[in-house]
Design a protein. Sequence first.
Length: 125
Amino acid sequence: MLEGLFIAGAAQQMARANRAQLAGEMAQRTATDVRMKNESIQFDIEKLFMITEALWEILKHQHGYTDEQLIEMIQDIDLRDGKLDGKVSKSIERPICPECERTIIRNQARCLYCGTDAPQHPFER
């Protein structure tokens, strides 16, 4: 009788240990996935930074814009939400349907009233 209880207790402990090991392995896989995603995002940011810098150099050399003009424009865009905080404000304006002139619900591809494609702002997020 005691031997059966001992075996059952040992089996329960082994099951708990296996579950803990599986949970640890899953956590390790998740951490690896997050690390890889982070590296990918950092690469994308560096690439976008390089593209932005190249575009700015083209504008300066071919069109004569100055760094001061760029800084002023960055500040103007930053202040659209009333705060100079280094962040682009999300637009709170809802688009108007060019066909029926009703307000289009945010994140809709078409006007719910007439089916016209919703106007898209190129920098909308």
